[in-house]
Write a new protein. Structure first.
Length: 181
């Protein structure tokens, strides 16, 4: 009751144990101003919230565009990296190994084919080309495809080893062994 007296609020009896407060014009104006301030604050909060939601939607749209633009999945990246690694590192290592093995075992030559025949062993037959290297004739076992593709006075890719033996070049197969002039 003291607060009621201090605020100069009028109270009137409406029914059994029910009271109603009656405000003055001055109090109503204060209440209207407070209500207007609260509504303005709520409006400002709503505007800020809507603005942040719009910014978030724009960011998500940009991220979605970037993802669609850059469709390199992890699987594709691994495959591309593997291929690049194989082409630029794996193949040169293999070729270097083959070349170093050739250097250890002998030198690569294009020998002239001077004859051909079939050597027969107990159960096997071997198509053989006769090649001339340094004035000496050597028999080189080849596949049937190479044997059939060989021409007289053509050339065969061979390796002359350090101990003087002549063998077909292991880097080539089939008709790739034969060069013609």
């Amino acid at each position: 009751m003291r607060k009621v007296k201090e605020n100069r609020t009028e109270i009137r009896l409406v029914g059994d144990n029910s009271y109603e407060m009656v405000a003055t014009d001055e109090q109503l104006e204060k209440l209207a101003r407070a209500e207007a301030e609260i509504e303005a604050e709520i409006k400002a909060w709503e505007d800020a919230l809507n603005e942040s939601l719009d910014e978030r939607e724009e960011r998500e749209a940009r991220q979605k565009e970037l993802k669609e633009k850059n469709k390199w999945s992890t699987k594709k990246k691994v495959i591309v990296f593997g291929l690049i690694f194989f082409v630029f590192i794996g193949l040169p290592i293999i070729e270097g190994y083959q070349n170093s093995k050739l250097v250890e075992e002998g030198t690569s030559l294009n020998a002239e084919i001077v004859g051909r025949h079939v050597e027969k062993e107990f159960m096997f037959t071997h198509p053989t080309l006769v090649v001339e290297v340094d004035g000496k004739k050597h028999n080189v076992w080849v596949s049937e495809e190479t044997y059939n593709g060989a021409e007289w006075l053509g050339r065969l890719k061979v390796i002359k080893t350090k101990d003087g033996k002549v063998e077909k070049d292991p880097r080539y197969e089939g008709e790739d062994l034969i060069t013609s002039y």
